[in-house]
Design a protein around this ligand. Structure first.
Ligand SMILES: Cc1cc2nc3c(=O)[nH]c(=O)nc-3n(C[C@H](O)[C@H](O)[C@H](O)COP(=O)(O)OP(=O)(O)OC[C@H]3O[C@@H](n4cnc5c(N)ncnc54)[C@H](O)[C@@H]3O)c2cc1C
Length: 385
């Protein structure tokens, strides 16, 4: 997104992607109303909505066996009053195809950044591994948007604060039937959670487990895991045995962390590279996009004519840090008190907050706003050429 917006503002951009395609199935699929609003502002919305996707207007969860409404997106002050579910690779293919229309945009696939280059303390570019050997690329600004295991962040020596998360996620696919519930669902049970993302002909399942607990789950055997899944979503009973080998079940480690400084001379980190997000609330993709928009808004004008100063880069951190802190605080709270991966001792079938949401529909607009738009939504201010 940062590459798209900077190229749109006539800044020469090279995006390096280490893989040959964007096909990673270990990420969420949520495109929130705030991101759809950005698509509208860019004049891309109609085309975007032609891509295969599902629209979720109300978020419901099954809490200890009872279906309860959690968030109502239909009253949001945005053009799209829904979350669009679209696999991340479709979203990235759409963005990069559109970006290729800008003469100053270049996307280099199978280019893995392995190191930074320096002139004294200033970052001057990157070294990348390519199918044709190693390559050095010089740049006025290197933007680290390389996710949770960021090489750029590490090579830049930026200090990271970790916020312990006691859960991991098992990620697997189970086929879908027409008779299945239509909505993408979260099933909560006494501190545990199964999430089902609708990917057309299959469910992408995320099953929360205690951190480090995968070996114990393996030791109990596949049949026990089948039983656990069915105890959340009974309609999967006739198919859960499709998971007949541990190789079909991926362990995703969940982290929440944040850099103290998101930048140094010649370098800026954004998205998960600056602040790794957990899946809680499904907001990480959108937060990363908000960072990208703010980056283009603040820096495109200056980058058109040359390097930017560290003070310019610090302004980006100052703008995006508090929304990030707020959302991460929510995620840490959820992992400590709501979804812990361990069976909780609380016996109440519906937590008090969930009861309130059930009784007073107007309250469902609060989580809708927090999840769907988030604190300090960004708008496109960088100029197109
Ligand atoms: C299990 C799980 C489920 C989640 N579900 C959701 C959800 O439903 N909704 C949501 O909004 N968020 C979700 N999140 C969080 C979300 O995935 C991240 O916050 C979001 O993907 C961050 O975007 P990003 O662009 O910063 O990084 P990424 O999406 O990680 O993208 C980084 C990109 O950089 C590339 N790359 C990495 N290293 C290099 C390198 N050295 N050289 C070149 N390229 C490189 C990668 O291949 C990748 O394409 C989930 C997270 C987890 C762990």
């Amino acid at each position: 997104m940062a590459g798209y917006l900077l190229a749109r503002a006539a800044v020469p951009v090279i995006v390096l992607e280490k893989h040959a395609d964007f096909f990673r199935d270990f990420r969420g699929d949520t495109i929130h109303p705030s991101t759809l609003e950005l698509m509208y502002e860019l004049g891309l919305l109609d085309e975007f909505l032609k891509q295969p996707h599902q629209e979720l207007r109300e978020l419901r969860a099954v809490v200890n066996g009872q279906t309860v409404p959690i968030a109502d997106f239909t009253k949001l002050p945005t053009h799209c009053k829904f979350i669009a579910f679209m696999p991340q690779w479709d979203f990235l293919n759409f963005l990069s195809t559109n970006a290729k229309g800008f003469p100053s945009f270049q996307l280099l696939m199978q280019h893995e950044v392995v190191d930074l280059t320096f002139d004294q303390q200033r970052v001057t570019g990157v070294r990348a591994k390519t199918p044709r050997g190693e390559l050095e690329i010089r740049a006025d600004l290197v933007i680290g948007a390389d996710g949770r295991h960021s090489v750029i962040q590490e090579r830049a020596g930026l200090e990271r604060q970790e916020f312990g998360v006691a859960i991991d996620v098992l990620w697997m696919r189970i086929s879908k039937k027409e008779t299945d519930p239509q909505q993408t669902l979260g099933f909560f049970q006494q501190g545990k959670l199964l999430v089902l993302l609708d990917r057309g002909d299959y469910w992408q399942c995320g099953f929360v487990i205690p951190k480090g607990g995968f070996d114990a789950i393996k030791a109990r055997g596949l049949q026990q895991l089948h039983k656990d899944i069915v105890s959340f979503a009974g309609f999967l009973r006739d198919r859960v045995a499709q998971l007949d080998d541990w190789s079909e079940i991926k362990l995703l480690t969940v982290q929440i962390n944040r850099l103290r400084d998101w930048c140094r001379d010649g370098l800026l980190c954004i998205g998960d590279s600056a602040h790794a997000m957990s899946p809680a609330g499904g907001v990480g993709i959108n937060l990363a996009i908000q960072d990208a928009v703010a980056t283009a808004n603040l820096l495109a004008g200056k980058l058109r004519t040359g390097p930017v100063s560290v003070d310019d880069l610090r302004k980006l951190q100052a703008r995006r840090e508090w929304p990030t802190r707020l959302i991460q605080a929510m995620q840490v709270f959820v992992h400590r008190h709501v979804v812990t991966g361990q069976t909780s001792r609380r016996k109440d079938s519906l937590p008090f907050v969930v009861r309130l949401l059930k009784w007073f529909p107007i309250l469902r607009q609060i989580p809708a706003r927090f999840i769907g738009i988030g604190p300090r939504p960004e708008h496109i201010c960088s100029r197109g050429r």
